[in-house]
Design a protein around this ligand. Sequence first.
Ligand code: HEM
Length: 337
Amino acid sequence: MKALYPFLAVVALALIAYIGVGVAGMNVLFGVVLPYMALALFIGGFVFRVARWASSPVPFRITTTCGQQKSLPWIKSSYFESPHNNLGVIGRMALEVFTFRSLFRNTRMELRDKKLFYGGEQLLWAAGLVFHYSFLIVVLRHFRFFTEPVPFFVPIIQAADGFFQLGVPTIYITTMAILAAPTYLFVRRVLVPQVRYISLPSDYFPLYLILGIALTGALMRHIYRVDVAAVKELAMGLFTFNPVVPQIAPLFYVHIFLVSVLLAYFPFSKLMHFGGIFLSPTRNLANNNRMRRHVNPWNHPVNVHTYQEWQEEFKDKLEAAGMPLDEDVIKPQGVQV
Ligand code: HEM
């Protein structure tokens, strides 16, 4: 059920757009009004969530990283695991963002013959990486619809992506990848019992949505051709705030409606990891705890009675009783008080 309901929701969304345009002729609603509303929600929601994260107090450095932090010169520290300066933080962040490094080290555990086994999950990492990069490349290729003249990088990407020159029109590697990788991610969720147990409708919904977008896109390109010139007219109209609504087959409106739903849903979903990664304290803070003292700026001022003050007050009594005074106590070497 957790997997079925979101599936039915995406099918219903696709039907709403198909019938809305094909039968009720609501081209303006699905081609202009909803995309604009979705974009406004995306930008507004994204900024709101990032601003809220950015304003959360983070007074201390979070040291729960797996690397050795920088301390004494003869202890080797781990520069990218536990960076002590901003350059190291940039390196750690870049490795995370571009290669999903921590996902690569993800482990899975399973019972075999009543024994616990640990193993790697490199397939999950590979599928995640393939999915994200193919999504990026597909969106970059779409710039041919959004801008005139077409940006210089589009033909280069198209040539590389269509390298195998399979079919007419050429089947892009990333079109297949953006269909295959989320399919694997879905199948994994359903087939691996531990993952199925923790999966929620909000895990399945974005997968179906992305698959729906990719599937309608692939259908438009390879089976039910749509008027690409008219699509460009519409897209350019949207981007230049001079909307026009030319006649385009309903399948295109299903595609763009699912994209609109994805945009509107994005800021309220787990997809916000796209923005959240940059604000994650375990990734974006240098671990310089042993180089700098971090004082909590929200500490309430407390009136303290220090040991020195106490000793001063009872000095004569301490001396009379033959008790050692602080000056006599040997401080441990190397400790700064
Ligand atoms: C999240 C954003 C989007 C994603 C992930 C996406 C994905 C895809 C995919 C996978 C294809 C199959 C062919 C290919 O790989 O190029 C495709 C085709 C297509 N998409 Fe999108 N799309 C997105 C947004 C849009 C938008 C905003 C428009 C319109 C303004 C659009 C219009 C089209 C058209 C017309 C095709 C058919 C291309 C052709 O016939 O060559 N897409 N899309």
